[in-house]
Design a protein around this ligand. Structure first.
Ligand SMILES: NC(=O)c1ccc[n+]([C@@H]2O[C@H](COP(=O)([O-])OP(=O)(O)OC[C@H]3O[C@@H](n4cnc5c(N)ncnc54)[C@H](OP(=O)(O)O)[C@@H]3O)[C@@H](O)[C@H]2O)c1
Length: 326
């Protein structure tokens, strides 16, 4: 597994990290033994960067992760989030609320100091107002967090956050369906030394190419209850692409895939080929998926003409189908 530096934090993070939303049960029910197996496999495979949030399974993801990583060496880094919990979102933000939320996260993660705290898709106005970044600095000075960053929905929000010179990272949706950051964000992020954490690399699994028109998801799976944005931002589940449209587009993207890559490897290799990207936090619902995802770090880069063809496909046939601000 290769490592990259996460922006101004100077943290060394594995190119493939582990997204831990799945450990909270929002991709269908998960018990502690499967969650433990996924995290232990990630550690064995060289993953050193884990992304979770206080709200994933109302703390379950942080708790499961904290248990497995309690004795982990110092190079294992955990990023969690603040800002979507009850009492916080959408307008309950204060330094006291932040401090209390961090204390609860520290307990669940079994860590006195959190490596990276990220604002969790908070309203744009709160980011623009900016006082919340001073509270994050206060938490850093008090030793509750080592670094702070922001997870955002749009490139516009990413640019607002990236203007803070001490922001370590921006977490954004970036995948073959959501290519806008290449031209609209990455140069600025590199100039400001802001790390890019890529979420939804597989568009909630759609870009793995394994689903069909008959695929169904569990009742508690957001790919069932939020596929059209009924519970939260329509741009999150399947990256904002309507499911059947996404299936058709995966076929078109797959035409450019090298024969010896799986679709999931192809989609992730395309992301790692972007030098602005620090790490990809692919979510996994099994240990086998973790192993497959980790393999991408050692695969050869895609040819320049493949990148060009994929960008053209995005501009001509994909961008128009994304059902949210990007
Ligand atoms: N607002 C935010 O800050 C925010 C929002 C969303 C996500 N995130 C973070 O980003 C992480 C990644 O996003 P995500 O999990 O939503 O989407 P994702 O990584 O694009 O997709 C994950 C899903 O892809 C499938 N998959 C993974 N590896 C595979 C492989 N090798 N072969 C075939 N299928 C594979 C699995 O689907 P099945 O379960 O169907 O097998 C898995 O549940 C999350 O875990 C979370 O940490 C943050």
């Amino acid at each position: 597994m290769k490592n990259r530096v996460l922006g101004s934090s100077n943290l060394s993070v594995s190119e493939i990290g582990l997204g831990c939303w799945q450990l909270g049960g929002d991709f269908g029910p998960i018990d502690e033994s499967r969650a433990t197996e996924i995290v232990e496999t990630a550690l064995q495979q060289g993953i050193t960067f884990f992304d979770t949030a206080d709200v994933y399974g109302a703390g379950q993801s942080e708790s499961y992760l904290g248990k497995v990583l309690a004795q982990a060496p110092a190079n294992i880094k955990i990023a969690t989030k603040y800002g979507r919990g009850p009492g916080s979102y959408p307008d309950g933000y204060s330094v006291t609320d932040l401090r209390d939320s961090l204390r609860r996260a520290q307990d669940r993660l079994q860590r006195d100091c959190i490596d990276l705290i990220q604002l969790h898709c908070i309203p744009s106005e709160v980011m623009q107002h900016g006082e919340i970044f001073d509270w994050l600095r206060e938490m850093q000075q008090e030793g509750h967090v080592s670094h702070f960053g922001a997870s955002v929905e749009t490139v516009a929000d990413a640019l607002v956050c990236a203007a803070h010179s001490d922001l370590a990272s921006v977490q954004i949706i970036f995948n073959l369906f959501r290519q806008r950051p290449i031209k609209a964000l990455f140069a600025k992020a590199q100039e400001n030394n802001v790390g890019i954490i890529v979420r939804l690399p597989l568009a909630s699994g759609l870009l793995s190419g394994k689903y069909s028109s008959t695929t169904t998801f569990a009742e508690s799976d957001h790919r069932n209850y939020n596929r059209n944005g009924d519970a939260f931002n329509v741009g999150e589940t399947f990256s904002g692409i309507e499911f059947s449209k996404g299936l058709a587009l995966v076929e078109k993207l797959g035409v450019h895939k090298p024969n010896d890559y799986t679709m999931a490897q192809f989609a992730q290799r395309w992301i790692l080929d972007q030098p602005a990207v620090s790490t990809i936090i692919t979510g996994a619902s099994s240990a086998e998926q973790v192993v497959n995802n980790v393999s991408v770090s050692d695969l050869a880069s895609l040819d320049a003409d493949v990148h060009d063809a994929l960008f053209k496909l995005y501009e001509d046939e994909i961008e128009q189908h994304i059902r949210c601000d990007i």
